[in-house]
Design a binder for this molecule. Sequence first.
Ligand SMILES: [Zn+2]
Length: 234
Amino acid sequence: MMAVYFQIPHADKDQAKALGARWSTELELWYAATDIVAGRLAERWKQATPPTPLDTFPGEDRAFGQATRLYVDMIPSSCWLTNVRSSVSADDWKQISLGVKQRAHRHCEVCHAPADNANKVFLEAHERFEYVNGVQVLRRLVCLCSKCHGATHYGHATAKGQEQEARAHLMHINGWNSAELEAHIRSAYALWSSRSFQQWGLDLSILTAAGVQVRLPSQDERLRQGVDLSALRT
Ligand SMILES: [Zn+2]
């Protein structure tokens, strides 16, 4: 029989496994490989339509942002909430992130590590933007492991108490000494700060060109979630 996929919440995974469910790494979904298992799972969970991974984004520059192997690239505070994840549907985000991971053969595109669930290293799709002429332009999607992703969003890692891991990983991947690390972090914060003083337009055209519907949050919606742009220059 064909595999039958199910929407099984993470909290139910042990129960599902005990009933014979299997995990598809490719599609990141639980499935039944036999009718008997499908029948058991159907008693508790809804079936899922398997997503079609999306891995081609016309106009994408897959070499963008490779001058330094791993670098701190913090999102300006004036751009918070205008990321891909909050601008596309949950289903589209699933297709995009699966496609980005699959085309990277499920390895981090910076440090080349695979996922290592036991050590809580996962693969994630990350957005690389260019900030040019008042517009935040999505140039590329890249598959990163959670260590590289954490170092990239250094401010966020610091807020979560993961600053030391992020620093160690940046030094390790780039072969930096601590002076080189400090200089890099200082300039990344200076860039972040100067970018955070202005409003930015958003260009997600590599997604719309791939047929993805993009819906940007309004200024009101952003304000309700704490992003106040009223004092910033446009
Ligand atoms: Zn990595």
